[in-house]
Write a protein that binds this ligand. Sequence first.
Ligand code: AMP
Ligand code: GLY
Length: 423
Amino acid sequence: MKVLLVGSGGREHAMAWRLAQSSKLTELLIAPGNAGTAEVGTNVPIGVDDHEDLVNFALDHEVDLVVVAPDQPIVDGLCDKLRAAAITTFGPSANAARIEGSKIWSNDLMTKYDIPTAESEAFSDSGAAMEFGHSWSEGSLVVKADGLAAGKGVMLPDTYEELDAAITGMLDDRTFGESSSSILLAERMQGPEASVFAFVDGEHVSAEIATCDYKRIGDDDTGLNTGGMGAYGPPEFWTADIAREVRETILQPVARALVAEDSSFSGVLYAGLMITESGPKVVEFNCRPGDPETQILMPMLETEFLDLCLAVAENRLSDIDVIWSDQPHVFVVAVSDGYPGSYSTGFEISGINEASSSGVVFHAGTTMNSEDELITSGGRVLGVSSTGTTIREARKAAYYGISKIDYEGIKYRSDIAERAVQD
Ligand code: AMP
Ligand code: GLY
């Protein structure tokens, strides 16, 4: 089979690495890919937002399956355009992707179908939003931009002053452009967070897998939000009871709700959850596999990924058992100095071979220079994904691997999965 994978991050390298393990694969093309995907397939210089070029490329090259991973092209309807050209496609329609693309739409869906989430209210007028905000106690609300905002559209104000600034920033100053022309004020929930993933094909929801990711740049969750600094799984607080409740009250009902709303989901559904005192509740849904979670999901996935993508694309997921490893996995990301603010690129990267002795190195912001040397080209540069019989061992292996990588200004968090190590 000839497969085209759309995307260029660490998530896509992990997906490409897993697709390349299938005996059915004859050719893997990645648009646009990175230096890591080039090791397992052929990069094609087409951007993820160049929908027409992607469709034409898939037709011209007689691609058998297109797998779309990033949120923006999915929300913008790339999967619909591919299907309209009769191309077999893994990824949800724009209708279904509203579950991520509009927090207000997603919240209305959860309210209508009784899916547990934070109590919330939508606003497009800052005065009304501030008045509502002040009727709640200080620090008890979060402010969310309605649309996609590169993972940065949520503010957690501790005072009324910060709340007002967040509201006026989003609605009046359009901090996130059109994405913040409407906002949600939501009750601030408390509890450990998990990212839960399942393959979904209409009403069919596969076995799910729970992981945890780290969004802040600094140890102990300090500093600015990033695209993700690491992940581990399974979470230490995850139990069979929680898993059952999540399936019965969240995953299965939302898949049915999407079908009922003429927005049937096809792809990987990502439920960001908070395990509150009154049970698991949805923080947000995403319409695609998470980054950096996919860098442990792909090693944890025991079922052949290509078979699964094809089954979902052909609406026959119910024929396949999705099996996840329950062995601990840890992924640690290395970033450029200055990220998530401004940073320099172009630094030579060394140590990949040594790092590979203790895990899989997944590239994100890497490229080859004219001398054929591997250099940094982004904020999140690469990461090491490792496993072990205990979370302590998996963690040790991932940190051993990342310690072997070097480039100017390399930075990584030192506490990924630390809280899961129980003596
Ligand atoms: P999101 O982009 O919706 O995943 O939000 C980013 C982060 O903000 C989440 O991972 C949570 O830590 C936090 N957050 C979002 N919504 C809530 C909420 N209703 N209550 C508490 N924390 C939240
Ligand atoms: N792990 C966060 C995200 O993929 O949005």
